[in-house]
Design a protein around this ligand. Structure first.
Ligand SMILES: [Zn+2]
Length: 78
């Protein structure tokens, strides 16, 4: 475990050894998700469904990312 202080603007620097281990580069995008127990999960950014949050079977339509399942539900609802 590594303890860090947030910067004056509430930013966080990921320790270099962790960045190297994960292959994360400065400037890359990450996804940050709160958990129900007050923690944060930080992952390298990848497209996720705008409606259910799934990372699987995600497609981009115009400016919306949507998974196959939500697209099916939307089609049936319209
Ligand atoms: Zn979805």
């Amino acid at each position: 475990m590594t303890s860090k202080k947030l910067t004056s603007s509430a930013g966080l620097t990921i320790p270099k050894d962790l960045r190297l281990r994960l292959g994360w580069k400065p400037g890359m995008s990450v996804d940050i998700d709160p958990t129900s127990d007050g923690a944060l999960i930080i992952r390298a950014h990848s497209p996720r469904c705008r409606f259910c949050g799934s990372y699987e079977n995600v497609h981009k339509y115009k400016d919306i990312t949507i998974c196959t399942e939500c697209a099916k539900e939307m089609k049936e609802a319209i």
